[in-house]
Design a protein around this ligand. Structure first.
Ligand code: F3S
Length: 638
C-alpha cells in the first residue's frame, strides 16, 4: 500500500478506498484562518454543538490583519469568543501564518487534518493527510470529527539525484507544476518517494506540499524520516515522531520521475503558477518590488538563506523589498541570531508575521509594476494591482534580485548558506490561547451578518442565464479578495455587490433583477482556493445552478454545500446558452433523486440539452434540502 492510502485506511469511517468513491474519514485536527474562519464559525454556531469533536482545533488570525476600520477587529473578537466557547485553540494576530504555525506546533505523523484554507496540505510534509476544504466542511469536521471526500487516486513523484546548491524546494514544485499543470492534481494525492527525499529538510518538503494546492491536488504527502525527527526535536516535540512510509511494493496510479540534478532555478510567470520557465530566461528584467514570505516560503531556513544573501549588501534603490517571517518564533529567532538586523541593514521592510501581501493586504505593487514573490499564486489582480505582473520564485532568487535591482539568478559563491542551523525554536505560548468555557457569550459586532441559507429543491427550476464565462474562472473572479473586501468575509450581502466585478460589472445587478438564475462556465470552474464565499455569494444571490465543462474539486463541494447544482456540460452544451435567454431544468428534483441526467430547455426556442450531475448519496440530500446547514439534521449530525 502507498503511504497516502495507509493513512486514509487507518482513518476510514465509510466507503471503500477506490478512486472516485465517496469516502468519510476520521479527522484528528482542524484549522481555520480568519478570512474563511468567520463564516465557518457562524456555521458551527448554527449547528448548536458543544466542545469540538476533534483532538485539536486551531483558529488562526493571519489574513485580515489591517485594522483601518472596526471590521477586522470585529471578526477577530468573534472568532476568539467562539473558540473559547467550543474548546478551540486561538492563535492571536501576529503569531504567524496558519500553515507555518500548524507545522511547528501541532502537525503529527500519521494524523489527518482539514483546514478552511487551500494550502492546508502544507502539513503533508509531516507524513499527514492534510486537506483544504470549504469552511462549512471544516465546521462539520469540528462538530462531528468526520470529513467526506471523493477518494483520490495517487500520483507518485519519485525524486532522485542531488540538487545543485542554488536549486531550492520551490524550484522542485515549480518543475512539478510545469510537468503536470494547474489541473494535473485534481482528485489526486501527490506522494513523494525516492532517495532524493533525504536531501530535503522538513520545511523544504512543506514548500513542496504547500504548492501541491496549485496542482489542484487533494493533498500531497511525504514519508517521515530522520529529517522529520530533527524538525520535531527543534520544536521540542520529538515524542510526536512516528515512522510513516509506503510499503516497498506500493503501487501508484501515475508516476512522475524527477532527477533533481537536472533542475535549475525556475520562475512562474504571470498570471498562472504553471506558466513556469527557467529563471535564466528572465535574467536582467527590470523589477520594482520583492516579497519574501507567505505560507510557501517563510520558514526559518528560507529566512536564513535570504538573510545570508542580504548580509552586507544593499537593496537596489528603486526596489522595495518586504519580508514577512512565517511565525513569531521564527521572527524571535532571527532577531536573536542577528539575521533580522542583516535584513534591515540591507534595506528590507519587515512586516508582521502573517499573510500580508500574499492576499493583497498591503504592499500592492506599482501600477504596471513587476513584483517577484515567494508566494504560491499569481492570479491577475490578487496582489491588489490589476495591471502588475507577479512572478513566483524561490527566496534565494528573490533576495538576489532585490540586491541586483533586476531579475537575477546568477549567484555568487559567498551567498550560499551551507547549513541552516538546527536551533531549537523559541516558543512563545502567549500567542496561543486555550481557555475553554462553554458559557462564553459569542461576540457579534455589526460586521457579522447571518449565513445565507438555500431553499429546498423545486420540481423544476426556471431562470435566466445571468453570466457566461470562459475557462479557469478562479474563486478570486467569483468573489475578489482585495484588501478593501477582505474585511467583509462575515458580511455576504456586502461582498455580493462585487461578485464577478472583474469579469462583468453588471452581474450583481442582473442577478438581483432576475431573482437569481444560472451561470455558465468553461473548464476548471472555481479553481484556485477553498474560498467558500465563492459559493455563499451565489447562494445569497439565488443562483440555482452552474453549468460548466468541469469544476475544481473544493469549489464543487462548496456549491453543493450551498444547495447549488454543479452541472457538467460539453462544448455543445456551452454553445447552447445564449445571453438573456430563459431556461428551465425539467423535473430536476426527480433527476437528483434518481441520479439521472438533467434536461435543460431553452424556453424561447424549446431546444434542449442534457447536463450531467453525479452526486454521492449525501450530496443528494444536501441539494434536495438547499444546502448542508438545512440538511445537517437529516444527515444524522454528519
Ligand atoms: Fe496566507 Fe497566502 Fe498562504 S494568504 S495562507 S500566505 S496562500
Amino acid at each position: 500500500m502507498n503511504l497516502a492510502y495507509k493513512i486514509l485506511s487507518s482513518h476510514l469511517k465509510e466507503g471503500k478506498l477506490v478512486p472516485g468513491e465517496q469516502i468519510c474519514i476520521q479527522i484528528d485536527q482542524t484549522l481555520t484562518q480568519d478570512s474563511t474562519g468567520t463564516m465557518a464559525y457562524l456555521q458551527l454556531e448554527a449547528m448548536e454543538v458543544g466542545h469540538v469533536a476533534v483532538d485539536k482545533a486551531v483558529a488562526y488570525i493571519d489574513h485580515n490583519m489591517l485594522q483601518t476600520g472596526f471590521e477586522n477587529m470585529d471578526d477577530h473578537e468573534f472568532i476568539r469568543s467562539v473558540a473559547k466557547k467550543h474548546g478551540i485553540t486561538f492563535s492571536k494576530p501576529g503569531n504567524g501564518v496558519c500553515h507555518q504555525l500548524q507545522l511547528e506546533n501541532f502537525s503529527k505523523p500519521g494524523e489527518t487534518l482539514v483546514g478552511s484554507d487551500s494550502h492546508t496540505p502544507t502539513c503533508g510534509a509531516m507524513g499527514m493527510i492534510a486537506i483544504g476544504a470549504g469552511g462549512l466542511d471544516v465546521a462539520v469536521a469540528m462538530a462531528t470529527g468526520k470529513y467526506y471526500l471523493q477518494c483520490p487516486s495517487v500520483i507518485q513523484v519519485n525524486l532522485t539525484g542531488q540538487k545543485a546548491p542554488w536549486v531550492s524546494a520551490k524550484d522542485i514544485i515549480l518543475k512539478v507544476l510545469q510537468e503536470l499543470s494547474v489541473k494535473g492534481g485534481v482528485n489526486k494525492i501527490v506522494e513523494y518517494t525516492g532517495e532524493g527525499i533525504a536531501t530535503l529538510s522538513l520545511t523544504d518538503r512543506a514548500t513542496i506540499c504547500n504548492m501541491g494546492a496549485e496542482l489542484g491536488a487533494t493533498t500531497s504527502v511525504f514519508p517521515t524520516d530522520k529529517r522529520t525527527l530533527e524538525y520535531l526535536k527543534q520544536q521540542g516535540r520529538e515524542n510526536d515522531y512516528v515512522e510513516m512510509k509506503a510499503d516497498a511494493d506500493a503501487t501508484y496510479d501515475q508516476v512522475l520521475e524527477i532527477d533533481m540534478s537536472t533542475l535549475e532555478p525556475m520562475v512562474a510567470k504571470p498570471h498562472s503558477p504553471d506558466a513556469v520557465v527557467p529563471a535564466r530566461e528572465l535574467e536582467g528584467m527590470a523589477i520594482n518590488q520583492v516579497v519574501i514570505g507567505s505560507c510557501t516560503n517563510s520558514s526559518f531556513a528560507d529566512m536564513m538563506r535570504a538573510a545570508k544573501i542580504l548580509k552586507g549588501r544593499k537593496v537596489a534603490e528603486h526596489v522595495s523589498l518586504v519580508i514577512a517571517p512565517g511565525s513569531s518564533s521564527i521572527l524571535a529567532m532571527l532577531s536573536e541570531n542577528g539575521a533580522l538586523a542583516d535584513m534591515i541593514q540591507a534595506g528590507a521592510r519587515i512586516l508582521e508575521c502573517g499573510c500580508g501581501p500574499c492576499i493583497g493586504m498591503g504592499q500592492a505593487p506599482l501600477s504596471k509594476g513587476v513584483s517577484l514573490r515567494t508566494i504560491n499564486r499569481n492570479f491577475k489582480g490578487r496582489s491588489g494591482t490589476n495591471d502588475a505582473g507577479v512572478y513566483l520564485v524561490s527566496p534565494e532568487v528573490a533576495a538576489l534580485s532585490a540586491v541586483k535591482g533586476c531579475f537575477s539568478s546568477m549567484f555568487e559563491d559567498d551567498m550560499y548558506l551551507e547549513e541552516v542551523p538546527s536551533t531549537p525554536f523559541i516558543k512563545n505560548a502567549n500567542f496561543f490561547i486555550n481557555d475553554y468555557d462553554p458559557y462564553t457569550e459569542v461576540y457579534m459586532g455589526p460586521n457579522i451578518k447571518p449565513v445565507p441559507r438555500g431553499e429546498k429543491l423545486a420540481k423544476n427550476i426556471q431562470g435566466k442565464m445571468v453570466l457566461k464565462v470562459g475557462d479557469n474562472i478562479s474563486t478570486d473572479h467569483i468573489v475578489p479578495s482585495d484588501s478593501k473586501l477582505l474585511p467583509y468575509r462575515s458580511n455576504v450581502p456586502h461582498l455580493a455587490k462585487f461578485s464577478f466585478c472583474k469579469v462583468d460589472d453588471q452581474f450583481y445587478h442582473r442577478a438581483i433583477e432576475n431573482g437569481g438564475g444560472f451561470i455558465v462556465g468553461g473548464d476548471n470552474y472555481g479553481q484556485g482556493s477553498s474560498r467558500e464565499h465563492a459559493a455563499l455569494v451565489p447562494n445569497y444571490l439565488k443562483i440555482k445552478a452552474i453549468f460548466a465543462l468541469s469544476f475544481a474539486r473544493i469549489h464543487r463541494s462548496n456549491l453543493i454545500n450551498n444547495g447549488i447544482l454543479p452541472l457538467i456540460i460539453d462544448q455543445v452544451g456551452y454553445d447552447f446558452f445564449n445571453d438573456q435567454d430563459e431556461y428551465v431544468l425539467l423535473d430536476v428534483k426527480d433527476a437528483v433523486e434518481n441520479g439521472t441526467d438533467v434536461t435543460v430547455q431553452n424556453i424561447n426556442t424549446k431546444e434542449t440539452i442534457v447536463a450531467k450531475l453525479s452526486l454521492a448519496p449525501r450530496e443528494k440530500v444536501m441539494i434536495l434540502q438547499g444546502g448542508l446547514l438545512n440538511a445537517i439534521k437529516e444527515l444524522g449530525g454528519d
